[in-house]
Design a protein around this ligand. Structure first.
Ligand code: NAD
Ligand code: TDX
Length: 334
């Protein structure tokens, strides 16, 4: 099977490439990636002889048409993915997440190629703390940020192309991922690399916001389960019952790195900050038989801390730039 992995040099896409090479000998992989700031070229270096890497934009219709014509399946991970950046400049989010997805859809429609579109639970907005409700496939869309609004729009484009043009597509909306090769702008790697470089971890607002953490390998195994066994036109929510509040995550990271558990700062809150995300993964489990491997978040977090501790060369060159970007907008609170 020939697979075109868009965004395959980013966090989840690169883990998808590495895992697919290890588990699916039948797959031939091409990566299409624009190599924005979010891609780290060294991530795929060890498999450079086994993957065809094309540097380009999913919104480049001619390039996309050529690549889609030569593939059996497109898995779309390409996106602008960071909420904080979308608040500072939404334009590139509209371009990549909406125009880019539209461009892919037109190409798979023309060539009759199967698409799996990777999306986020943030399209559903947020939940109250301590409310037993979780997101399901029938929860109404209610995105909060420019990032999640453009992801919601991209999902709706995919659904419309399924219904109107019979495009063979599936969708998945996953909760927050953690694991190796995640950009250090994101919460968990930012705090790990803060501690490793002598900076105190930074919690937005009161630090009580809850995210539903899933290991990136579990996410990618679920994506393959949907590609293999999912019903065309359907959406599957991906989550691993991993709800933890941000303050607890920071305390766990500090403890794992032998620092006092209260050695963190509170900083200015993110505007529009979603309070809580939580996924009900019943459909994925019952219809497709998927179950997560990483059921103990503390153990998965410990392995991730260890990965960043032993792979400084992967992230250290970018640390100063990421932190100076943040310090322009965030003040430490008393
Ligand atoms: P990431 O920012 O780490 O990687 C995105 C990749 O897409 C980068 O390699 C970047 O260079 C590439 N890219 C950006 N614009 C492009 C364009 N116009 N054309 C081609 N390539 C482009 O993001 P991630 O965390 O790996 O997320 C991957 C996908 O999964 C996204 O669609 C995101 O919305 C979704 N998702 C992420 C999470 C999470 O917790 N990180 C959770 C659920 C869903
Ligand atoms: O320094 C920080 N301090 C902090 O308290 C950062 C960077 C974040 N946070 C908080 C904000 C969130 O409550 O931590 C939580 C996680 O933040 P992010 O890593 O920015 O993730 P989030 O906004 O939840 O979105 C992530 O999950 C869904 C991904 O970035 C998205 O791509 C995905 O769709």
């Amino acid at each position: 099977m020939r697979v075109l992995v868009t965004g395959g040099a980013g966090f989840i896409g690169a883990n998808f490439v590495l895992r697919t090479l290890a588990t699916r000998p039948d797959a031939t992989l091409t990566v299409l990636d624009k190599f924005t700031y979010a891609a780290n070229p060294s991530t795929l270096e060890s498999v450079a002889d086994r993957v065809d890497v094309v540097r380009g934009d999913i919104a480049d219709a001619a390039l996309v048409d050529r690549l889609v014509a030569e593939t059996d399946l497109v898995v779309n991970f390409a996106a602008e993915s960071h909420n904080d950046n979308s608040l500072a400049d939404p334009s590139v989010f509209v371009q990549t997440n909406l125009v880019g997805t539209y461009t892919l859809l037109e190409a798979v429609r023309r060539h009759g190629v199967r698409l799996h579109h990777v999306s986020t639970d943030e399209v559903y907005g947020d939940l109250d703390l301590n409310d037993p409700v979780r997101f399901t496939e029938s929860t109404a869309y209610n995105p909060s940020s420019p990032y999640s609004a453009t992801k919601a729009g991209s999902d709706l484009l995919v659904r419309a192309w399924v219904r109107s043009f019979d495009v063979a597509a599936t969708l998945s909306n996953c909760s927050n991922n953690y694991g190796p090769y995640q950009h250090i702008e994101k919460f968990i790697p930012r705090q790990i690399t803060n501690v490793l470089t002598g900076i105190r971890p930074k919690l937005y607002g009161d630090g009580r916001n809850v995210r539903d953490w899933i290991h990136v390998d579990d996410h990618n195994d679920a994506v393959w389960a949907i590609i293999d066994r999912g019903r065309l036109g359907e959406t599957y929510l991906i989550g691993a019952d991993g709800e933890v509040d941000n303050r607890t995550v920071v305390q766990q990271i500090l403890t794992l790195l032998d620092h006092p558990a209260d050695a963190f700062d509170f900083v200015t809150d993110r505007p529009g900050h979603d309070r809580r995300y939580a996924i009900d993964p019943t459909r994925l489990r019952t219809e497709l038989g998927w179950t997560p491997t990483y059921t103990d978040f503390a153990a998965g977090l410990a392995a991730t801390v260890d990965w960043y501790r032993t792979h400084r060369e992967w992230w250290a060159p970018h640390k100063d730039a990421v932190e100076s970007g943040y310090s322009a907008t965030q003040q430490t609170l008393d």
